[in-house]
Design a protein. Sequence first.
Length: 267
Amino acid sequence: MLHRNENQSGVIFDTYWSELPKDGRLVFRQLERNRYFYQLIGKYIYSLGEKPKVLEVGCGTAIDSYYLQNKFDVKCSALDCSEAGLKQAQAMGKYFDKGIILVKGSIEKAPFGDNAFDLIFSQGVMEHFSNPSLAYLEQKRILKKNGIMVVHVPQKYNIYSLLQLFVQMYGKERPYHVDTFNQIAKKFDLELIAVKGENILSIEFLRFCYSQFIGPGFKHYSEKLTGFPWFVSRIVTIVEEGLWRLFGKYFGKYYMMNIVGVFRKRE
C-alpha cells in the first residue's frame, strides 16, 4: 500500500490515489494478501478488553480499517495526510457494512490527545520517512499504556527491496530488518513482542494479474470469487499457505517481501 510522506513532495502519491480504480478489485486483493496480517492484529485485539480504539496510520484506501471494524468489536479511525487518499478511503466504504472515522493529518503531528488508542497499526508507511523518529514518538504519545503498535514495512533482504535500488516509483523507501525493530524498541523504550514475515512477491504478482480479469470485483467484502477466478485464487492460496507453513511461520522475517514488528508501550 502506498502512502504520502510529508518529507516528500507528496504529488506522486496523490496522483496514484486519484488514478487508482475505485472498484471491488482493490477490496479483493487487500483482503486476500492480508489474511495473516489480520490474524496477527486480531490476536492482540482480543487481549485489549472491550471495544478497543484502533488507529490506522497512513490509511490510503483504509480497507484494513474497514475490515477490522466489521470483523472485530473495535472502534477504528484512519489517518492520512493525502486528500486524494481519503477520498479513495471514503469510496471504499460502500463495500462494508460498518463505517470508520476518517481523519486528515500527519502522524508527525497527530491530531489526537495523549493515550487515545489501544492499538495503532501502519502498512507500507514508515519506510517512506527518511527520519521516522517524530512519527514513532507521536505514535507512542497517542498510544495507551500497555497498548500495541504494529508496523508493517518492506523487508530488506528480498527481490522487492533490491529492485528499489534501481527503480523508485514511489519515492525512496527505507527497508527494515529484524535488527531495525530491535533498534526502534531500544530508542523509544518500547517492548518488542513479535517479529513476523509477510507476503511473497511472486504470489502478489500472480494475485494482481488474475484479479484484473474479475471485472468490477466484489460488491461486498464478504463475497467469494466464483468460476475460473475462484479456481485460480484457490491454487495460489494453497501454494501460499504451503510456503507459509514450511518456511514463513518461523523464517519469513528473514526473506519474505514484508516484515512486521509488534511493540507494546511500557507502563
